[in-house]
Design a protein around this ligand. Structure first.
Ligand code: MN
Ligand code: MN
Length: 469
C-alpha cells in the first residue's frame, strides 16, 4: 500500500455499500427480519391497524396497560393506547429517571385518500366515493391501481363497525379511473401537479341499478342496499366514519436479489416496526426506554393523537406518579436530560432523479441507517438541528456497535425540504436527531427500501435503548 493510500484510508470518511463483505449468516438474518417486517405491513395499513398490531405484539411480550398497575419499578413494561390511533410504550430503567429517558418516536399514519363526510354519489350509471387526500401525495399516482378501503364507521349509538375490504383475494377492489391517451390531449397539457386534480380522485364503487322504475339514483340505492345488508349502515352513517383508501398491494421483496422491500406505507411504518421490535428486545435498560407511535405526522402532528398532543406528557407524568417520584416540574427536568431518535424515513437517492440531491450529502440505499442533523427547507427553516455534541454521542454509539450509518440532508439546498416530529420533542428540551431509513418513491402508493437499511435501523434502535452510558 502506498503512503498516500494509507493516509487516505486513515483520513477519509469512506462510505461503502453495506451488502459488500457481508457474511452469509448476517444476510439470512436480515432477510428473515424483513419477512416479519413485510408481514407487519400486510397486517396494518392504517394507524388504527398498526396500533392494534403493536398492542398485540406488546401484550405477547409481557407489556401491560399503564392504567392497570398502581406502581412501577425497574424492568416493568407498560403502554398507553390513545384513541386507538397512537401509542406510547415504556420499559422502566434502573437509573434515576431524573437523569432522563431514551425515546424513539415514529409515526403510524401514511399518505392516503380519506372519504369525504358525504362521499356517495351516482353519475351516468356509476356509483362513486368522493375523497379528500391525506398528506403530501402526487395525485396522478393514485389512479388506475387497485385500492382497498379500511377504517371504522361509528353509528350514533356508539356501535363501531370495522371495515377492511380489498385485501383478500376473494374481495373486490376499487379504482380511480383516468382518461385514455386518445382523448387526453388537453389533460396532457396540464402541469404534472394538476394532471389529476383533487376533485377528480373519485373512487369507482359500482354500476348496477336497483331494480325499480319508480326510484331515482338507482345505482346509489343499490350500493346503499348492499352496504346496509353487509354493515347495517345507511347514508348518514358516513358522517361519523373514518374510511381510508389505501393501495391493495401486498408488501413484496424487490429485485432478482430480493434485496429490497416494495410496499405501501413504509413511511413511517418501517420505523414503527424497527423501533417496536427494538423495544421488545430491551430488558432492564439503564435509562427508561420509550417507544412512541404517533398519528397525524403527515398533516402537521396536530390534534389529540398527533405528537403535539398533551397525552405524551400525561403518559410520562403517569410513569413518574407510579414510580412514586413525581413533584412539580420534574417532567421538565426529565425532558431536559433526555435523548431521542426521531425515527422517520429519509429521502434515498434515486439515480433517475439524481439532480435533486447533492451527492456528498445525500442518503443512499444499502449504506445503513440514515441520520439527518437537520431537516427543514430554505436555510434549515423549521428544523430543530441537532447539537454537534449529541451527533458525536450517536456516532460513537453507532461505531462502537459496528452499525453502518450515513448522515445526510434532504435534497439540495433550496430544492425542497421536509420535517418530522423531531422539533416537537426538541422543544420540550430533549436532544433529538432524525434517524431512519432511506426510501425511494416516498409517499407513493408503492415505496422502496433496502433490507440492509431496515436491519441497520433495528440494530441502531436496539443499541440506543440498551446504552449503559
Ligand atoms: Mn414520515
Ligand atoms: Mn411522510
Amino acid at each position: 500500500m502506498s503512503e498516500g493510500t494509507e493516509l487516505q484510508k486513515a483520513l477519509f470518511n469512506n462510505k461503502k455499500n453495506g451488502w459488500e463483505s457481508l457474511e452469509e449468516g448476517k444476510k439470512q438474518e436480515i432477510y428473515d427480519y424483513c419477512n416479519s417486517y413485510m408481514d407487519f405491513l400486510n397486517n396494518g395499513k392504517t394507524e388504527r391497524e398498526i396500533v392494534k398490531e403493536a398492542k398485540y405484539i406488546a401484550d405477547t411480550n409481557g407489556f401491560v396497560d399503564i392504567n392497570s398497575v398502581n406502581s412501577l419499578k425497574a424492568g416493568d413494561k407498560v403502554y398507553y393506547v390513545n384513541r386507538e390511533k397512537s401509542m406510547y410504550l415504556a420499559v422502566i430503567g434502573y437509573d434515576n429517571i431524573e437523569n432522563g429517558i431514551s425515546v424513539i418516536g415514529a409515526h403510524a399514519d401514511s399518505p392516503r385518500l380519506d372519504l369525504k363526510p358525504n362521499p356517495l354519489y351516482e353519475d351516468d350509471g356509476f356509483a362513486f366515493f368522493k375523497t379528500q387526500y391525506y398528506g403530501g401525495i402526487k395525485k396522478y399516482q393514485w389512479t388506475t391501481i387497485p385500492l382497498a378501503i379500511h377504517g371504522v364507521i361509528v353509528k350514533k349509538d356508539g356501535e363501531k363497525i370495522e371495515v377492511s375490504i380489498g385485501e383478500k383475494e376473494s374481495d373486490p377492489v376499487f379504482v380511480i379511473t383516468d382518461l385514455l391517451p386518445h382523448l387526453a390531449q388537453e389533460q396532457m397539457q396540464r402541469k404534472l401537479s394538476e394532471g389529476i386534480k383533487g376533485e377528480e380522485l373519485n373512487i369507482l364503487i359500482g354500476s348496477i341499478p336497483y331494480n325499480d322504475n319508480d326510484v331515482s339514483e338507482k345505482v346509489k340505492l343499490n350500493i346503499l342496499n348492499l352496504l346496509n345488508k353487509k354493515y347495517g349502515i345507511n347514508e348518514a352513517d358516513f358522517l361519523s366514519a373514518e374510511l381510508e383508501i389505501v393501495p391493495a398491494f401486498k408488501a413484496r421483496s424487490l429485485g432478482f436479489d430480493e434485496s429490497m422491500v416494495a410496499a405501501y406505507g413504509q413511511d413511517d411504518k418501517i420505523c414503527v416496526y424497527t423501533s417496536l421490535s427494538a423495544l421488545m428486545n430491551t430488558n432492564n435498560p439503564k435509562k427508561t426506554a420509550v417507544c412512541l407511535i404517533a398519528d397525524k405526522e403527515e398533516i402537521g402532528s396536530m390534534g389529540n393523537t398527533g405528537m403535539m398532543s398533551q397525552t405524551f406528557d400525561t403518559f410520562i407524568s403517569e410513569i413518574l406518579n407510579k414510580l412514586g417520584v413525581n413533584r412539580p416540574n420534574l417532567i421538565d427536568k426529565v425532558y431536559s436530560n433526555s435523548k431521542m431518535l426521531s425515527a422517520d424515513v429519509d429521502a434515498g437517492t434515486d439515480p433517475t432523479f439524481a439532480s435533486v440531491v447533492e451527492k456528498n450529502n445525500a442518503a443512499y440505499l444499502g449504506r445503513g441507517v440514515g441520520l439527518n442533523k437537520y431537516t427543514g427547507g430554505r436555510g434549515k427553516g423549521g428544523s430543530s438541528d441537532a447539537n454537534a455534541e449529541f451527533v458525536a454521542y450517536i456516532r460513537n454509539m453507532l461505531e462502537t456497535n459496528n452499525i453502518a450509518y450515513q448522515i445526510s440532508e434532504l435534497g439540495k439546498v433550496d430544492i425542497g425540504g421536509g420535517g418530522t416530529i423531531a422539533y416537537i420533542l426538541a422543544n420540550k428540551g430533549m436532544d433529538v436527531i432524525d434517524c431512519g431509513v432511506p426510501v425511494l418513491s416516498m409517499h407513493a402508493p408503492y415505496e422502496v427500501t433496502s433490507k440492509y437499511d431496515v436491519y441497520s435501523a433495528f440494530e441502531t434502535y436496539k443499541a440506543f435503548f440498551n446504552l449503559e452510558v
